[in-house]
Write a protein that binds this ligand. Structure first.
Ligand code: HEC
Length: 121
């Protein structure tokens, strides 16, 4: 019994500084919650016309602008130099995130991206 109560008070003593620290933290916390972290990508920035204009002319431009121009700046795509394999991977990732690419358009989009935003450009 003596040991148990001794342990108990030791634990209270050990935790006391934590409680003081937590109280100090609570007092200095800002009244307004900190803003959410800025997303890496500016979402939904362009109209469909602006998105289309941003992509290079060529076969697959319309369908790519439609599938890829709605969530983020085309600059995110245009700055890349990926081959078809890597573009295919990116398109898969974007579909996972909610991009709509019809099966019939998939190759068109990947080929368009690789042709215009590929490693040789
Ligand atoms: C549903 C919204 C959405 C659509 C539609 C979309 N994306 Fe994205 N994309 C995102 C988000 C969100 C990020 C940021 C991910 C991150 O910060 O890691 C991103 C990032 C990217 C990146 C930069 C990251 C990387 O892997 O290099 C590229 C390139 C990209 N998208 C290409 C495309 C292409 C190509 C399409 C069309 C097939 C597309 N996106 C359609 C949401 C979307």
């Amino acid at each position: 019994m003596v040991m148990r109560s001794g342990f108990g008070s030791a634990a209270v003593l050990a935790l006391a500084p934590l409680a003081v620290f937590a109280a100090a933290q609570a007092q200095t916390a800002p009244a307004v919650p900190a803003p959410a972290p800025t997303p890496a990508v500016v979402l939904a920035p362009l109209s469909p016309e602006q998105a289309l204009a941003a992509f290079a002319p060529g076969e697959g431009r319309e369908v790519t602008a439609k599938a890829c121009g709605t969530c983020h700046q085309p600059a995110l795509i245009i700055g890349k130099k990926y081959d078809a394999e890597n573009w295919s991977r990116v398109v898969d990732q974007m579909v996972d995130r909610g991009a709509v690419v019809a099966d019939a358009d998939y190759d068109t989009v990947v080929n368009y991206l690789a042709a215009h935003y590929g490693p040789q450009k």
